[in-house]
Design a protein around this ligand. Sequence first.
Ligand code: ADP
Ligand code: MG
Length: 370
Amino acid sequence: MSDIRFQHVTKIFGRKVEAVKDLSFVINDGEYVSLIGPSGCGKTTTLRLLAGTILPTKGQIFFDDKPMGNVRIQDRNIGFVFQHFAIFPHMNIWENVAYSPTVRGRSKREIESLVEDALKSVQMSEKAELYPPSLSAPDWQKTALARVLASEARILLLDEPLGALDQKIREEFQIFLRNLVKREKLTAIHVTHDQAEALTISDRVAVMNKGELIQLGSPSDLIYNPSHIFTSFFVGESDFLEGVMITDEENEVEVKIGQSIIKTHNTGIPKGRRVAVAVRREFFSLEKMPADGKEIPNNYISGTIIRDQFLGLLRRVSVLLENQQIIEAKIHAKHPVHFNENDLVKVRIDPAVSRCFAYPKEGIAKALEM
Ligand code: ADP
Ligand code: MG
């Protein structure tokens, strides 16, 4: 078992750099969790707190309900893989993987069995005699993973482990890594700046900003069910439409944006409040306005095309909405209609995938500051 629990953990460096603030969350045994967020938001600090290379200023970390306050790094049952992993260049792969069980005084028989199993698990048995300088970047990372397995760690900490790999290899390695973690029943915490990687590889993803945990949810929750305006902003791309709440319902609500009525999902905002409706740019649908199209149905906003720009697989269509806001819809490159400047269009806001947030008092830009 390796449940991990953060309880009000704060880390302050020096007098006042609050690297992480009041973090409270649970990672379940066997879970694969990624940490994402802007540079400097506290991801590496969170990993270092887990590892025990730094201690919390306030709060406590528990592994299986056991406080880690005075537990040394080597007694935490943890293994690391970093972008540039320090495998020993003068030892061959076998010796590198044998290092941890050797220094822990395991018997020769146990070491052999641990190393063989670990190498097999990462498909490196054939390369056991080779030396690191002759290996490719993915094989370095496989060696690093084999070392963790042979150390019998139950918790795997990964800081940008695939950062040095080319895109195609990286995508294959993501699947390899997830399968390995699941097969070996490890608990993995993976820091990455690559959102697609986090959404592909993880059971849950933690979004952080300025030292705070913003949302910890499944990949699909982050896309379809953001609980915080920052998640809508940081994960993928969204536009934020300004409006006013006009109903008092619990769940499905109506918002007035310019002249239009939009059904959306509430997050507990009272009638009359100013709101921001977050819509992912891929989820807008665009239709040309019929010649006699004066009536705008619910869930549509009228607008005028600014430009329709080719992006490869997608097109970015900029639209000036009737309420004077500009959106950047992303539509499939093969969308049947090509839009020209000044075309009149209606933009559909899908109630199922839009989310309504209280309009931030400090303004949108300030609320989304990283
Ligand atoms: P991330 O990994 O998300 O980019 P870090 O956890 O490395 O962010 O850093 C979070 C914040 O803490 C940053 O402002 C960083 O400058 C600061 N910080 C990290 N380590 C130290 C340290 N040893 N001393 C002082 N400040 C630090
Ligand atoms: Mg970092």
